[in-house]
Design a protein around this ligand. Sequence first.
Ligand code: FES
Length: 106
Amino acid sequence: PKVIFVALDGSRRTIDGAAGDSVMATAVRNGVPGIVGECGGNRSCATCHVYVDDGFAARVGPPDDLEDDMLDLAVSDRRDTSRLSCQIKLTDDLDGLTVHIPDEQP
Ligand code: FES
């Protein structure tokens, strides 16, 4: 499935990811700037914070409680569509998933 990363300046990068991989792992492996993934996907760093595009937010769903707490610690403003990208798995249903990269990660 494809995943599209939108940078702050509006530039888009489309990556052909593997189903089952997280959005964070896909970004890090492909050197997408602004997604760090410091804790390796353990929901304990919030350096993988993204804003899910409105068109996908319902399908991606909300964070669970642990992730919710972690998002409060993210450096960039939290929004309704904030998620930790290490907790979003690519699936064929989410083909074309679009996420926006926040302005700052530690
Ligand atoms: Fe650390 Fe997602 S990679 S919380």
